[in-house]
Ligand binder design. Sequence first.
Ligand code: FES
Length: 197
Amino acid sequence: MYLFIYLDIFENIYLLSSLIKEKQTMQETMANEVENKEVLNEETNRNTIDRKEFMRQVGLSFGAIMLMNCLQSCGDGGEIPDPNPTGNSGKVDFTININAAAYANLKNKGTAVVVTAQRVIIARVNDTNGSWIAVDSRCTHEQTTINYRAATNDFLCPNHGSTFSSTGAVTKSPATSPLTRYNTSFDATNNTLRVFA
Ligand code: FES
């Protein structure tokens, strides 16, 4: 009799322990699944952040390159360089003071001065008014700098002998094109001469 009771108790204990063990296994399985899910989410987030960071870096690099190009092309104060910085590009407009040593010759009639930077020759005619002439200083044949001749009030190219009138017209070949002529405006009060296209 007691033996049956013991066996019955033992069997119940065994069943109870099996149930507890099974429950623990199930809990562990569920915990593992939750942990795996969290790891997966974390990996996904990291990949997403990495892609965003990559795009951000690409954007910054592209912006930096564009900025560098802009700075290089728009450098020196952002001013677009003159494609013809030597003058005579239709923009001739300058003023000289004949009190300055470089232009002092022009106080006398029958003289001339070449303004090298502008490539303009300015002559003061030997007439009553001491009138002014300003033309392009480059011979239209092969660009040699011309000379003013006071006696004939014209210009001579020393290279091949072309001559030009006081208005710049060709009077002797081989040059065939006239000199560009500029306007002049003399301020007798300040002794300044403006030359302009
Ligand atoms: S360069 Fe002036 S005539 Fe030839």
